[in-house]
Ligand binder design. Structure first.
Ligand SMILES: *Cc1c(COP(=O)(O)O)cnc(C)c1O
Length: 372
């Protein structure tokens, strides 16, 4: 048997393909679908996910950084690739070289892009980000038409799209969402009044895409949902998604500890009776947040086993329930389904006081991935 580490992430690309088809099926025909594969595909592997998503009908890809875009290009991805925020102006030549579509939010960057395009005698497409209330990045909604007008006749660049991003799309019936949507549609109207076509209009991330069809416009930008993870409690009843990620380990040691013995750093857990403890070879260096110590369950043989003692960087321990037999080499699941039991990333996220997005990214840090 070839060597394999006894801890890994398994990714079901068929689930990604099904999710993309399911989500795309919720949009009107002709609506473009951007698959967001930033942060190494939310820890699932940007390249395999990008290929699966494109095969299932995604029209373009979204990434966060220039490096992420270049990596996909160098791997042979030819689909339109968009950066979700404006990079430093020093990246302009790389963007052009690798055919990456930037987001523009400042006049300085737009100027640099235009000058570089003009020097080459080409028009570089860009998307204008409009800040409608998230207050993260973007040209303020009230100024978007002036910004677009200022660069409309500027040589070397071309407005390919106009977009915004919602801060509260994951809750139903939220007023702030409506405010952002109003500001966005007003900004688009003022652009059109100035005779400027906004190009591809887009606003919806996964929660907006699932909960607010009125905000689909010309394109939706789906990240978390293509991985089969729900962006919010409110989306569970709306759409069937198949989680793509499982986190699998094998038991490296099974031992009995006597009454009163402690386990792991600080001996924060102690056996109140002779107890069987199983050790697994993964820890917070692999994305199992240390805050989950003594507060998570792992599936072994289809049975939930309580994790005990502090999660270490590379290892963690679980208590084997009475009546259950575990052997070295047995498979343990931190995330996924075994028999009739499942542990969702959502469960771990809730216990860790965070969101499934963060844990998925974290599990992508060190463990190798196996695809099926
Ligand atoms: C990350 C990101 C998305 C995707 O968000 P999900 O909630 O994962 O669907 C969409 N748009 C922008 C601008 C983003 O940065």
């Amino acid at each position: 048997m070839p060597y394999e580490r006894w801890a890994r992430v398994e990714i079901d690309l068929d689930a990604v393909r099904r999710n993309v088809r399911t989500l795309k099926g919720r949009t009107k025909p002709g609506t473009l679908f951007m698959a967001v594969v930033k942060a190494d595909g939310y820890g699932h592997g940007a390249l395999p996910v990008a290929r699966a998503a494109l095969a299932a009908g995604a029209d373009r890809l979204g990434v966060a950084t220039v490096e992420e875009g270049i990596a996909l290009r160098e791997a042979g991805v030819t689909a339109p690739l968009q950066l979700m925020s404006e990079p430093p102006a020093s990246a302009v030549d790389l963007l052009i070289e690798h055919d990456l579509v930037p987001t523009v939010t400042t006049r300085a960057f737009a100027g640099a892009l235009g000058r570089a395009g003009a020097a080459l005698g080409v028009e570089i497409p860009y998307h204008l980000k409009v800040d409608t209330g998230m207050n993260r990045i973007g040209v303020p909604a009230a100024e978007a038409h002036e910004f677009a007008a200022a660069f409309d006749s500027f040589p070397g660049l071309r407005l390919e799209g106009t977009f915004t991003h919602f801060a509260t799309a994951d809750v139903l019936g939220d007023w702030d969402f409506e405010t952002q949507l109003d500001r966005f549609t007003s900004a688009l109207a003022r652009m059109r009044d100035e005779g400027i076509g906004p190009g591809i209009v887009h606003a919806s991330n996964s929660p907006a895409m699932i909960l607010h069809p009125e905000a689909h416009f010309d394109m939706v930008r789906c990240g978390i949902a293509i991985y089969g993870l729900h962006p919010s409690r409110d989306t569970y009843g709306e759409v069937d998604l198949a989680p793509a990620m499982s986190v699998v380990a094998r038991v490296t040691l099974v031992k009995k500890v006597g009454m009163g013995e402690g386990v792991s750093y600080g001996l924060t857990w102690r056996a109140v009776a002779p107890t069987t403890i199983a050790t697994l070879p993964l820890g917070y260096g692999d994305g199992v947040h240390r805050v989950l110590s003594n507060n998570m369950e792992v599936l072994i043989g289809g049975v939930r086993c309580a994790q005990v003692g502090r999660v270490c960087m590379d290892q963690l321990m679980v208590e084997v329930p009475r009546g259950v037999t575990v052997h070295e080499g047995d498979e343990a699941l931190l995330v996924g389904t075994q028999g009739t039991e499942s542990v969702l990333l959502d469960e771990l996220a809730e216990r860790a006081g965070t969101i499934n997005y963060e844990l998925a990214c974290a599990f992508g840090m060190r463990m190798l991935r196996a695809y099926r």
